[in-house]
Design a binder for this molecule. Structure first.
Ligand code: SF4
Length: 370
């Protein structure tokens, strides 16, 4: 479906560069397609220069213009609540203390590093945990900055896993990407490279380009972590993008963020995870929404997440149930959260609550008498 853009030739519609060049960036442009609510009009005005707006024609086409609570709309169009005094007075622009000595580099866990390659995004998601970087303008790391990062990785032999993120890391030029990947591949202790990319969701056309896919295939093993939040985002185009990545030997995992009004209903999550499995994407994490300045209005209670996890168990195979986790502020790591199934524990005897029905007593024999 190409709502609003039926007149655009298919060849252009399927071009990533066309999608990026024709992003909707102003209230006037957006009003050509959607009747904006008061809250959105104010939101676009008030967030100018702070949390900019950009929406690809593709992502815009997924919005139902008659539904002000459309889940795509809530993720893409600014609302005044983002700059509300209460929302702004709480939260932290950088809750995970990502900014370190080498620009763009975070070394939180011993075996892996995170590198933010650019501040550019195809769409500026309103719930983004790195909203703070929107204000820096659209800028990819320079060759000198990439060299500093590479030097750091060379000097830290404990680093096996490099996560490249952003912004949107797969938006940089093929030349820059090749420079980064070819140099990373020359470092013997780097085993895998992962990209945290939302392009399969926001502009899947990026993966319709064989030359670009050649590049990813050439520097295998490369993994993709993407970020589908709602079943509406799983379109034919998204499916094609995933299929093309998989055929090039790039596994795709998903991280969903629990967002109030977008996906905080158990049936919506179940549908999302079912559809992800159907397109061969493994839902790995369901993250509780982080305490990020300007995005607090998307936060639900923790109980809501537990309720969703409870609902999923027994309705979809374990492969389709992600780990629900809270990322602790201050860079203290991710904590998995699960409903409690142990009602009583006495010695080796446990009373479990069944996810299907009732309770079950479960005895673990003492290893010494076996
Ligand atoms: S694509 Fe990712 S980094 Fe960019 S705004 Fe969306 S969530 Fe944030």
């Amino acid at each position: 479906m190409r709502r609003f853009f039926e007149h655009v030739p298919l060849e252009l519609w399927r071009s990533y560069h066309w999608q990026v060049q024709n992003r909707i960036r102003t209230k006037e442009e957006l009003e050509r397609y959607i009747r904006l609510t008061e809250e959105e009009i104010k939101g676009i005005e008030l967030t100018k220069g702070l949390y900019p707006m950009a929406i690809t024609p593709y992502y815009l086409s997924l919005i139902d213009p008659d539904d002000p609570r459309d889940p795509i709309r809530l993720q893409a169009i600014p609302r005044a609540v983002e700059v509300d005094e209460r929302v702004q007075s709480l939260g932290d622009p950088d809750p995970f203390r990502e900014e370190g000595e080498v620009p763009g580099l975070t070394h939180r866990y011993p075996d892996r590093v995170l590198f933010t390659l650019t501040t550019f995004c195809a769409v500026y998601c309103r719930h983004c945990m790195r909203k703070r970087i929107f204000q820096e303008g659209e800028r990819a790391r320079t060759k000198e900055e990439i060299d500093r990062f590479l030097d750091y990785v060379r000097q830290h032999e404990e680093v096996r896993d490099v996560l490249i993120s952003g912004g949107e890391p797969l938006s940089v030029s093929e030349e820059k990407l090749e420079y980064l990947l070819s140099n990373l591949r020359k470092i013997p202790h780097v085993e895998i490279v992962r990209f945290g990319t939302r392009l399969p969701v926001l502009a899947p056309q990026r993966f319709f380009d064989d030359r670009f896919l050649d590049l990813l295939e050439k520097y295998s093993p490369i993994w993709v972590n993407t970020h589908f939040n709602h079943p509406k985002e799983i379109t034919e185009e998204a499916e094609e993008a995933i299929d093309r990545l998989l055929r090039r030997g790039v596994p795709v995992n998903n991280q969903t963020v629990l967002l109030k009004g977008v996906n905080d209903r158990p049936e919506v999550m179940l549908e999302l995870f079912r559809r992800l499995l159907r397109i061969k994407v493994r839902p790995v994490y369901l993250f509780h929404c982080d305490p990020v300045k300007g995005a607090l209005h998307f936060r639900t209670s923790l109980q809501k997440g537990i309720e969703i996890m409870e609902y999923l168990r027994g309705k979809i195979s374990g492969m389709g149930i992600p780990t629900y986790a809270v990322d602790l502020p201050g860079g203290k790591g991710k904590v998995p959260i699960s409903p409690n199934y142990i009602l009583k524990a006495e010695g080796n005897t446990f009373l479990f609550r069944s996810p299907l029905d009732g309770t079950v007593e479960y005895v673990i024999e003492d290893a010494q008498i076996l």
